[in-house]
Design a protein around this ligand. Sequence first.
Ligand code: HEM
Length: 455
Amino acid sequence: MSTGVTAPGPAGKPLVGSFLDLTHRPLRTFLAARRDYGDVVRFHAGPPGLRAEFYAIFSPEGVHQILGSEAANFRKDNAFYDELRTSVGNGLLTSQDGDYQRQRRLIQPLFTRRRVDGYADAIGLEVQSLTERWRRTPDGVVDAADEMSRFALRTVARILFGADVEEAVAVVQRSFPALGAYVQDRGYAPIRIPRHWPTPANRRGAEAQQALYSICDRIIAERAVRGDVDADDLLALLGRARGEDGERLDPAELRDQVLVFLLAGHETTATSLAFALHLLAKHPEQRRLAQQEADSVLGGRAPTAADLEELPYITRVLKEAMRLYPAASLVGRRAVAETVIDGYTIPAGAQIVIAPWVTHRHPDHWDDPDRFDPDRFLPEQEKGRHRYAWYPFGGGPRACIGQHFSMLEAVLALGVLLRDFDVEVVDRRVALAQGITLRAASPMRIRVTARGGGS
Ligand code: HEM
């Protein structure tokens, strides 16, 4: 039985509650809610009769309860995860219960540190082709968001598909943005039109989904025919993965995993990298320190996994970029049973939002939260900080499986780019949009100038 009290929150507009604020400016609305109401805030959203109540939780202690100590009580049963599941299938990000346990058992061994370190060559290849592109840019002005999105997609696709990378990238580049927009619109909509109705949005969503399913199915089928005994990309490893009793992923499950990895492993890393570059382009002192480190560690050679340990400053830059611009800036759940968080009752069935965007700026946990300062992540500064004051990769049993891979990719890429280029800001202010991931909603241009000496 709960001993909590009802959480405070905004009344919102008469007919729609906070619906418009939450759909049009969720980041600003949640930041203001913490300031005005505290660490647990109750919102109403939607038209009368369909009004939903949900709770936003901002304290690290509350986040720990949701992701960690009471994780079983907070399920991925909200509208957003439902839409994702219908669009990209029942893979590791979206599945639950027995399916999830089975998948995680089979897939976890493919993400050990040793395995992931083996992907450094693919990262090196893709960053090399990026630097070549940048050298050919006539005025040196590039959009950091576009460039990093292309780079991160190519890298995760190369790791998944190996030799079949070009074919897959072309389809994903065409279809993923449309599918992402469809999922996002439906996830936020107060009323969801059935997917089989022939509306233009449903048609676009179905076409994008079909294109992605087809390319994955085709590559999987071709490999089955070839009997890919030698391939060592992630798709081949997923196909060969066996549990203790011989359990394996069937072709449809294999495709769902591939789609989830493309989705979860592409715009997220791209966002971190783009904001890290943009922040460095705006902060010459931190840029100089990062460049010194890149020059002395990487010299003129291709990066290796061992370099990660040798690039602590660049790692801190990325962590700070992920604090200020967490790619998964809002994360949702649904409470199964009633519970109490920070003294407030969370009713059974309540929709929950946790917000790295807000907790990462929580003034009780971060001094001068809006200032860019990579040294917040020096070991002595991290000591004593609450585990969930910074959680860009989530936490608990459903924490990000790609965490080490994405840090490896982002740190090595940033190292090579800074070694080879000077970066200056062109668009100082960048508008933000919260889609499936956080992203730039206005140009994010930087000027890149080749430095002497690098490879
Ligand atoms: C900066 C980069 C990344 C960020 C910020 C990020 C963030 C997250 C977060 C917050 C979650 C938890 C979601 C939740 O609790 O609802 C998650 C889960 C997940 N991520 Fe990532 N991610 C990143 C990169 C990647 C990469 C590169 C991959 C794969 C190659 C990946 C694959 C996954 C998967 C499969 C899950 C679900 C894990 C599970 O439930 O067992 N992520 N990620």
